[in-house]
Design a protein around this ligand. Structure first.
Ligand SMILES: Cc1cc2nc3c(=O)[nH]c(=O)nc-3n(C[C@H](O)[C@H](O)[C@H](O)COP(=O)(O)OP(=O)(O)OC[C@H]3O[C@@H](n4cnc5c(N)ncnc54)[C@H](O)[C@@H]3O)c2cc1C
Length: 581
């Protein structure tokens, strides 16, 4: 595209943003976001109400809840945002049909706890989808049935699930009731399915790592601070043994510093015991780390719109197959770990079990399916331990908020679906601790880029026409960034070289990567490859095609010296090698 055309596109972008702004309640034409360095400079000057340790779903949820109650907070994340469990989930916003089933099992001991878990998750499911419509969607899930008994059982089970949702719903997104489907309809979605009928029920789905990003961007625009690659190494205490701040280490700038705060929230997921023990070396451990693995398969094995739930695999677990970003993801397993790790690998047993369960369910050639696997990944669930649980399946899935004598607030367990509730309940505890009674500013704060008049389906059509973009590209930008898509495109169209594509099968361009470095704190190639974009989860081979290009863009933008580049590659060699598939 020549220079004149670029100028025209830039003015079209601004024109559209002005139209959007005057049509509704958009905050500003282009969002002014701080860089990582600006956030860190703030951290050195400010004294915070709340220091949040951990930048996953829980930490990001607490940050937004703080903003909504007029508290000043900072999130400190030792690696990249969402690099723990929060980018490696099954991407379901769900009430947990599995727990619903357990409520009615005669052998179930914790019936009331399970019921409460389903009820709160179903309520939060609606809140989640209405907070951020562009990153989420509701989707039908098929439970295959092989006889009429199963059909009746799963239909009435799904109906109760729906009725519980209707009973506890307090507004927000609405979900359709379950229905029975026959072979023809099933085959039109899953051509390899063996079952003759099944039950369709509805749940929600989202893009997990991007959700953390959108939560943090929203908090940042509401005055909160955040920095990744800052590890909390110690807690500062006064003479009364009350926490007054943290000792932190900036891994990028290689600097040690202190941050002062009225209270510290431990939102470190699987690592929560480390901070609890830092606070009180006599504390007993509460976290069980349970690894869960997924495989990514091409869409031809699944449906574009329907999920598929195997309610009972060979070892009695449930297995989900979920359409996601043009592919199908399949998971998950459960494997207890001795201690949490950032990048647990998928074990050979898990890989084989996932493939076998898939091949048992569908008429597919096992060796072809194995060849077609596009990616595999594993995450660590932070479950809260209760001593009488016999297996990981029995460990509680509820969350717990513990306040220590010195004032450390540890938020443990839970799941992605209820991040908002966990954030709100944590802020209740914070307010008790620091003596604040500020009410919520908004009942249900919407995320940046998702304002009331923004209809992303209509916007896709407008964007396609206005900027001559293919539908899939326009859809990608709008379902990833909401109305921030225009801010990203502004950078893409700023210079001809920014429009250069990274990979022919994906919509990512140099300009988008620059946006992620400048405004979303991406500092290592894997931040871009796995969490800002989701390439690593979708197609691990694509990473080898784009790694060098991403590295070069980062080296130029972040002004890495030759020495630093060599050192970086040396240190990251192991990580890159692990990606080989
Ligand atoms: C396989 C799998 C599938 C799942 N599927 C679903 C699903 O479909 N739906 C759903 O609702 N939930 C799901 N979950 C659960 C959900 O993903 C987790 O409950 C949630 O992501 C936990 O978020 P978190 O912020 O507590 O933990 P994490 O995301 O692990 O974040 C903790 C962060 O703390 C950081 N940290 C640790 N120590 C320090 C320190 N000293 N200083 C600074 N930072 C530190 C870590 O680097 C990490 O990034 C799934 C989980 C797994 C593992």
């Amino acid at each position: 595209m020549n220079k004149v055309a670029f100028v025209t596109v830039a003015s079209l972008l601004t024109q559209r943003k002005i139209q959007l702004q005057s049509a509704g309640d958009s905050q500003q034409i282009y969002y002014k976001l701080k860089s990582r360095e600006e956030h860190l400079a703030d951290a050195l000057q400010n004294e915070y109400d709340v220091i949040i340790v951990g930048g996953g779903a829980t930490g990001a949820g607490v940050s937004l809840a703080c903003a909504n109650r007029g508290l000043k907070s900072i999130v400190l994340e030792s690696q990249d945002y969402a690099s723990g469990a929060s980018s490696k989930s099954t991407k379901l916003v769900h009430g947990g049909v599995r727990y619903m089933q357990q409520v009615f099992q005669l052998s179930e001991k914790n019936r009331i706890e399970k019921w409460g878990l389903v009820a709160e998750s179903l309520r939060e499911r609606s809140n989640f989808l209405s907070m951020c419509s562009y990153l989420t969607q509701d989707f039908p899930t098929l439970i295959p049935c092989n006889n009429l008994f199963d059909l009746g059982y799963y239909y009435f089970g799904s109906l109760i699930y729906h009725c519980v949702y209707l009973y506890y719903q307090t507004g927000g997104h609405t979900f359709k009731p379950p229905r029975i489907v026959g072979k023809e309809e099933i085959q039109s979605h899953f051509k390899f399915a063996k079952c003759n009928y099944g039950v369709i029920y509805y749940d929600g789905q989202f893009n997990d790592a991007r959700m953390v990003q959108e939560l943090l961007v929203t908090s940042s625009l509401k005055g909160q601070n955040m920095a990744n690659y800052v590890e909390v190494k110690g807690l500062l205490k006064n003479e009364q043994n009350k926490i007054t701040g943290v000792q932190a280490f900036d891994k990028i700038g290689q600097k040690q510093f202190q941050i002062k705060g009225k209270c510290v929230v431990n939102a470190t997921g699987g690592w929560a015991d480390n901070l609890r023990l830092m606070d009180d070396p006599t504390a007993s451990k509460r976290i069980v780390s349970v690894a869960g693995s997924h495989l990514t398969m091409p869409q031809k094995y699944g449906s574009r719109h329907w999920g598929y739930l195997i309610p009972k695999t060979s070892d009695g677990r449930v297995l989900y197959m979920v359409p996601w970003q043009g592919n199908m993801i399949m998971g998950t397993t459960e494997r207890k770990l001795e201690s949490p790790t950032h990048d647990p690998t998928v074990s050979h047993e898990e890989y084989m079990w996932l493939l076998k369960s898939f091949c048992d369910e569908f008429t597919v050639d096992a060796s072809e399916a194995a060849r077609d696997v596009k990616s595999k990944w594993c995450g660590v669930r932070p479950l809260v331990y209760s001593s009488n649980a016999l297996s990981t399946k029995e460990v509680s899935r509820t969350h717990e908020i513990e306040v220590s004598k010195s004032g450390l607030i540890s938020v443990m367990g839970g799941k992605w679906t209820i991040f908002r509730l966990m954030g709100e309940q944590t802020v209740d505890k914070i307010q008790q601790l620091i003596g604040s009674n500020q009410k919520r500013i908004e009942n249900l704060p919407k995320l940046v880029g998702d304002w009331t008049q923004f209809d992303h389906r209509k916007e896709i059509q407008i964007m396609m026409k206005m900027f001559d973009l293919p539908q899939s590209y326009a859809a990608y930008f709008l379902t990833t960034y909401g109305d921030r898509a225009y801010d990203v495109l502004k950078l893409v169209y700023e210079k001809p070289e920014n429009k250069e594509s990274l990979h022919p099968q994906f919509p990512h361009t140099v300009g988008e990567i620059l946006y992620q470095i400048r405004y979303e704190q991406a500092r290592k190639p894997e931040d871009i490859l796995f969490r800002r974009t989701r390439l690593g989860f979708l197609d691990q081979n694509a990473i080898f095609t784009v790694y060098e290009k991403v590295f070069q863009i980062m080296a130029k933008e972040l002004k890495w010296s030759d020495k630093f580049q060599q050192q970086f590659l040396k240190e990251n060699f192991e990580y890159i090698r692990k990606l080989e598939f």
